[in-house]
Ligand binder design. Structure first.
Ligand SMILES: Cc1cc2nc3c(=O)[nH]c(=O)nc-3n(C[C@H](O)[C@H](O)[C@H](O)COP(=O)(O)OP(=O)(O)OC[C@H]3O[C@@H](n4cnc5c(N)ncnc54)[C@H](O)[C@@H]3O)c2cc1C
Length: 409
């Protein structure tokens, strides 16, 4: 890791998660070696073990291909070939399928792939280092904004003057607070339990989502005979389940998973994530931009949080690269306004859509169950609507930035 932190940088990115590293790579590749990019994150040297895997939508996969990252993960990426949705109670012996989706956005192009978070982060890290991005294993402690520059101070004492500070420091962004940007949203009182299981039979690339009264229980295919589990419960119940011994945890898992893929065995660690909706009131301030979860945190019900963050990356990178090539200030107000306009509406619509789906399904009302089952049954019979949902989930509707089409900047 390059520890020589320059006193001046064109852009400083706080947060070396998926969003921060992807933006750094996009800018460096778009603007060349003379453009200095610094990424600061204490976790760069000590990655936090992540039990999660992510559904990478087609548009995000195109972005990773354009950045030269996808080749590093493709052998560990499981295409989602189809998806089935059931609406049932925990004690139901049979869980009838209400909705099915065949999984291609274009011939031979799956609408999403499943990849383990650790592998994807390692590939981004490797690409960033190879591209000459300065990787500083330190936190951004504070910043002071002047008319032309931002003076950024790291926790270890180093300081960097930059034209733009990008806060990609996650859902609990301290820099968002320092910038005085508030959020709107609420907690769902739910947590997602995550783990990885191995099973006897092949999943054949099928993703399954059982809408149970406590919330969705998703079985997402990984390479080999393995699946990633995202299992929503009330936070109190999630805490109880997580604390069970292996046999007790296995029992609860099997009650929900069923035996359609044969015997199950846990092969990954367990974790739980509190769920909420949180959207920043503004994505920008003077010489300051929020990116990824720092700008928005949504329910994982549709596997879209990271994908939204990568759409931020594509939009901000394109706005900055276009301005810099015209000799304009890439951290100036015009660039930031363009970024915000591109991203706010899409983020709010996705946030509200996931909120609505979660509220509709996470309850025990028989009346609501009947209503949603009629709704799902209608969608099942309307191929054009299904195709629209698939394209929306794949991230290829609306005004799509170049990277999300797989084009270089
Ligand atoms: C259970 C679950 C399942 C999910 N499944 C999916 C899915 O299938 N598909 C999908 O698209 N999304 C999914 N998501 C959402 C996805 O995981 C997040 O949207 C994504 O991880 C956010 O990435 P990020 O880079 O914005 O933030 P993070 O991954 O949170 O990275 C933030 C980084 O900032 C660093 N940092 C913090 N403070 C500072 C500081 N002061 N200075 C410097 N660095 C700092 C941290 O160390 C961290 O590395 C899921 C989420 C959950 C909870």
């Amino acid at each position: 890791m390059n520890k020589d932190i320059p006193a001046r940088a064109d852009v400083m990115i706080a947060g070396g998660g998926f969003a921060g590293l992807a933006l750094a790579i996009a800018l460096r590749q778009g603007l060349g070696d003379a453009f200095t990019v610094v990424v600061a994150d204490p976790a760069l040297d000590h990655p936090i073990a992540d039990a999660r895997s992510s559904a990478i939508a087609a548009a995000a996969r195109r972005l990773f291909s354009a950045l030269g990252v996808w080749d590093e993960v493709v052998s560990h990426a499981q295409p989602i070939l189809d998806m089935v949705i059931s609406d049932s109670k925990l004690e139901d012996v049979v869980r009838p399928t209400f909705l099915t989706f065949a999984g291609e956005v274009a011939p031979g192009e799956p609408f999403a792939h499943m990849v383990e978070n650790g592998r994807l982060l390692a590939a981004l890290h490797g690409r960033a280092a190879a591209d000459g991005i300065v990787l500083a294993s330190d936190a951004v402690a504070r910043f002071a904004t002047g008319p032309d520059r931002v003076a950024v101070t790291l926790a270890g004492g180093a300081s960097v003057e930059t034209r733009l500070l990008v806060a990609a420091d996650g859902a609990r962004s301290a820099l968002r607070e320092q910038a005085g940007i508030g959020t709107v949203g609420w907690s769902y009182g739910q947590s997602a339990i995550v783990t990885t299981v191995a099973h006897e039979r092949d999943h054949r690339g099928r993703a399954v989502e059982h809408f149970l009264p406590a919330g969705p229980f998703a079985i997402l295919p990984l390479t080999g005979r393995r699946s990633s589990i995202v299992w929503t419960e009330t936070t109190a119940e999630a805490t109880r389940i997580l604390a069970l011994d292996d046999a007790g945890f296995h029992h609860e898992l099997e009650r929900r998973f069923g035996l359609s893929l044969g015997e199950l065995s846990a092969v990954g660690r367990r974790g739980a994530f509190p769920l909420g909706l949180k959207v920043a009131r503004s994505f920008i301030a003077e010489r300051f931009a929020l990116l990824g979860d720092a700008a928005h945190m949504i329910h994982p019900i549709a596997g879209q949080g990271l994908n939204l963050g990568l759409r931020d990356v594509a939009a901000l990178a394109e706005a900055m690269v276009d301005a810099a090539r015209l000799g304009l200030d890439c951290g100036g107000a015009t660039v930031l306004e363009r970024y915000q306009q591109w991203r706010r509406f899409d983020t709010l619509s996705m946030g509200l859509a996931t909120d609505g789906i979660n509220r509709l399904f996470s309850n025990r009302s028989d009346v609501l169950r009947l209503a949603r089952d009629i709704g799902l049954g209608m969608v099942e019979r309307l191929p054009a609507l299904k195709e629209l949902f698939i394209h929306e989930a794949a991230g290829i509707t609306g005004e799509v930035p170049r990277l999300l089409k797989g084009e270089a900047l």
